[in-house]
Every structure is written in structure tokens, then in C-alpha cells.
Design a protein around this ligand. Structure first.
Ligand code: GLN
Length: 471
């Protein structure tokens, strides 16, 4: 079967009967079976086959939805009724969802087929997929390298053609950084645009679901279908979701480039060169591109880690060995049930973050850390808004470097945290941001360029991103 990289190609072949949903599904199941990436934790072959048959019937009857033919993998932190979900954690091993995430349900309602659940960092905490309780994912471009994280399985599966598109979640870069490392499109919409109902919480004021695809058009379609208010998530916006339009001249744009992202030490020279040549190309097309000051780069990662660990320590309190999930077989009373189940069930990084989050929320340190970080977040948000009042978009590299080797940074949490230096701004400020595969390094690995837009202006961001990518 030919390798598809866009839904439009699949739908054309479905129409002229060159393929069926069942044959497509078999193709992908075969590819997953023979792949050695460890991207999928489980394939849902039975339910996916039943869905594929149902969608084929709808195609024949002329009643198929907009996503007919789209085979999707979901990150293992998204609930799908009667299917397992574990957040790649031992503490939830064997747990089955009792309802379906709103985002996933909306895709199914348009006839997407959910093929399985994808490996990730435990509870979406990490930048390399090495924090999974079920072994790391490998980068399909070079198997010795990490695919990025936390949605590493989601990025790797799209790149390797194990399904057409995937869903991930992005709290500080978990969609965009792996998209950059694997060479695919990764899109994080505005905070509150897509319901978090059925997404296992990490840091609730940051978490956002988004797609991985080969093309901006497919990301836009998935986004449009998932977006919009939801009665099960009070933080979803009531705003209309305007349709994204492509290939229309939307005029010349003003783009801000954060000076520090280009000039700071540690950025790979080839990533820098590609970012600069992209800027030149944009200028040659008549867009205005200017360097702007944003002197908060060094504050963003600490601010992010104080607030997200605080929120995580509260969100993860529910895994106590009582309600659901893992319970230590050696527990003898309430106290030991809590202590032993959590100590044995959570991985190292998750425990580190729960401790850090509990510390910054403790009475004696609350003001010094948590309150202070909230204030810093406000400043970052305000300054980002100020820039976006003058400019249409902000542009940065997605990550300072290309992927690193599996094992290379596991003992160095600080280096790992600095992976997020360019991506956390969008989460701290709640802005939509996309990573586009824009380069290949001489080391053979891909890397991305990030565009950030104004809150709820996804349409403008996506149509410009498509132009940039197709140039
Ligand atoms: N790498 C970041 C972290 O470890 C981002 C994770 C995410 O976006 N879920 O927190």
C-alpha cells in the first residue's frame, strides 16, 4: 500500500475504491506489528476493526463523516471508554476508562478510527519518553535517539507511518518538542480551546490536547473538530471556532523574533542558521520581521516547574492505592496503603515532582515560591500579549538542538528541563503554538521552527503556518 501523508489523499482513494478503511487499518496494524519503536503500548484491533467496517458502510451509503479514513493513535493519557489507559505509569496499569475524552469522542463522531494508545513519559512528565514505565520510545529517524517527550510515541508513530495522525497533550512543550525531534507537525491550541475532559491531568492550568500530523491542513481539521466549549470542562472557552482557510492571500504579516532565542548560548549553529534563513525568506516575501526583547527566558523554566509541580502534586494525590490503580500487596493499614502504593507505583521523576510541588505549596514556602511564580507567570503573559498587540506572530526555534541519544541526559534533570526553554512561554501565557518541520541537520536529524499566535487566533496561525511550510 502506498504511504499516505494526508487525509485528502486517503479520501480520494476511498472514493475511487482503491482502498477501504478495513484495508487501511490492516496496513497500519501490519506496520505497527513490524515496527521496533515501542511507540504503541496497545493496539485496539478489535474495536478499530469494528469501526473500520462501520465507516466503510457509511462511505458506501454516502453518509461518512469528515474524518472517514483517518486512523488515529491516542496518547496514553486520553480516556477511551472500555479501553485501557495508564499515563505510562505502573500506578494505573490495567485501569480501564469508563468514559471517553470529549476530544476523542468528537473525532469518533466524525468517523475517525482509534487504532491504539501511545507510549509517553509517565503522567506526561518529561522531554524524552525515557520516563515511561514501559520502556522508552525510539526516534524513527535514528533508533539510538529519543523521539522527544512527553508525547514521544505520538510523534514517532506519525513519522514512521504507523497511523496517519495522533493526539498528544502539551503542558510545556510535549507536542511541539517531539514534533521537532521527529520531523512532523505538532500543534498546541490556545489554553481552553479544546476540552480537557478525559485527559489525565498533569498541570491543569497548562494542559492542552493537540494533534500530530504530516500536514498543517490535517492538524487544522482535527483541531477544528475537537475545539469548542464543553459542559464537562469549565475552562473551555465559549468563543466560536472559526473555520481555518488556506491558500488565500492574507496579506503581509508582522513577525516578532525573540532576540534571546537566537542569540543565547547553547543553541545549535545549524538550528540558528535555519531560523535566520527562514527570517530572510519571510522578509523577501514582503513580511516584516523584527527582533524583540523578551528578557524572561531564564525565568520561564523555573516559573514553569514551580507552578506545574504544585498543580501536579495536587492532581496526583488521587492515586492513593484506595480509589483505583496499583495497591501495594504488602500494605497492612491505611497509612502503609498510601505510602507503599505511591512509593512503588510512581516512577522517579513523578516522585521528584510531587515532592517539589508539595514543598513549594507548604506553608513556610508558599509565598516565596508559588505566589512568586504566579506573579512571574503574569509578567510573562502580559509581555507576550504586548508583543502580540504589535505583531501577528512570534517565531523561535522549537528546541535549541536536535534530538539527543537515549540515556544521554537521564541523570541530569536540569538539562532535561532546559529542553523546554522555547516552548513553555506558550503554556505560561496560554497561547496557541505550532512546530513545523523546517530543517534537517547535517547529523541527519530533523528539527522544527515554532510559531506562536494570539489567544484564540488559531485560524490565522494555521493558515500562515501552512504558507511557511509550503514555501
Ligand atoms: N518537558 C516538559 C515537562 O517535563 C513538558 C511536558 C509536557 O508538556 N507535558 O514538564
Amino acid at each position: 500500500m502506498k504511504t499516505y501523508t494526508a487525509l485528502s489523499e486517503i479520501q480520494a482513494d476511498l472514493q475511487n475504491k482503491q482502498v477501504s478503511c478495513v484495508s487501511l487499518l490492516d496496513h497500519y496494524l501490519g506496520r505497527i506489528e513490524s515496527s521496533n519503536l515501542n511507540a504503541f503500548l496497545e493496539v485496539f484491533d478489535q474495536s478499530a476493526r469494528a469501526e473500520a467496517q462501520r465507516v466503510d458502510e457509511k462511505i458506501n451509503a454516502g453518509t461518512a463523516g469528515r474524518l472517514a479514513g483517518m486512523v488515529i493513535g491516542i496518547k496514553d493519557n486520553l480516556c477511551y471508554k472500555n479501553h485501557k489507559v495508564s499515563a505510562s505509569s505502573k500506578i494505573l496499569e490495567g485501569f480501564e476508562s469508563i468514559y471517553t475524552a470529549t476530544a476523542v469522542q468528537r473525532l469518533i463522531d466524525e468517523d475517525a478510527i482509534i487504532i491504539g494508545r501511545l507510549n509517553c513519559d509517565e503522567f506526561a512528565m518529561g522531554s524524552s519518553n525515557e520516563n515511561s514505565a514501559f520502556e522508552p520510545v525510539k526516534n524513527p529517524v535514528n533508533l539510538e535517539y529519543v523521539p522527544g517527550g512527553s508525547s514521544g510515541g505520538s510523534a514517532a508513530a506519525v513519522k514512521a507511518g504507523l497511523c496517519l495522525a495522533t493526539l498528544g497533550s502539551d503542558t510545556g512543550g510535549s507536542i511541539r518538542q517531539p514534533a521537532s525531534f521527529c520531523g512532523v507537525v505538532g500543534f498546541k491550541p490556545t489554553y481552553g480551546r479544546i476540552s480537557r475532559h478525559g485527559l489525565i491531568a498533569y498541570a491543569s492550568s497548562f494542559d492542552q490536547i493537540g494533534p500530530f500530523t504530516h500536514t498543517v491542513e490535517d492538524s487544522a481539521l482535527l483541531y477544528e473538530i475537537m475545539a469548542g466549549t464543553d459542559e464537562y470542562d469549565g475552562t473551555t472557552s465559549q468563543k466560536e471556532v472559526p473555520a481555518v482557510t488556506f491558500n488565500q492571500d492574507s496579506g503581509k504579516k508582522k513577525i516578532a523574533v525573540i532576540k534571546d532565542c537566537i542569540e543565547r548560548e547553547g543553541i545549535d549553529p545549524e538550528v540558528k542558521a535555519k531560523t535566520l534563513s527562514t527570517i530572510e525568506a519571510l522578509k523577501n516575501e514582503g513580511h516584516t520581521v523584527e527582533m524583540v526583547d523578551f528578557p524572561f527566558l531564564d525565568h520561564m523554566v523555573p516559573c514553569y516547574y514551580v507552578i506545574t509541580t504544585a498543580e501536579a502534586s495536587s492532581n496526583l494525590a488521587r492515586y492513593d492505592g484506595v480509589h483505583y490503580g496499583y495497591r501495594s500487596p504488602d500494605a497492612v493499614d491505611v497509612e502503609s496503603t498510601y505510602v507503599m502504593s505511591r512509593s512503588e507505583g510512581f516512577g522517579e521523576e513523578v516522585k521528584r515532582r510531587i515532592m517539589l510541588g508539595t514543598f513549594v505549596l507548604s506553608a513556610g514556602y508558599y509565598d516565596a515560591y508559588f505566589t512568586k511564580a504566579q506573579k512571574v507567570r503574569r509578567i510573562i503573559r502580559d509581555r507576550s500579549d504586548e508583543i502580540l498587540a504589535d505583531y501577528d506572530f512570534m517565531l523561535t526555534p522549537t528546541t535549541p538542538t536536535t534530538s539527543f541519544k537515549i540515556g544521554e541526559n537521564v541523570d541530569d534533570p536540569i538539562t532535561m528541563y532546559l529542553q523546554d526553554i522555547f516552548t513553555v512561554q506558550a503554556n505560561l501565557a496560554g497561547l496557541p503554538a505550532i512546530s513545523l518541520p523546517m530543517g534537517e541537520h547535517s547529523n541527519g536529524l530533523p528539527f522544527g521552527i515554532q510559531l506562536m499566535g494570539s489567544r484564540f487566533e488559531e485560524s490565522a496561525l494555521l493558515s500562515f503556518a501552512q504558507q511557511l511550510m509550503n514555501n
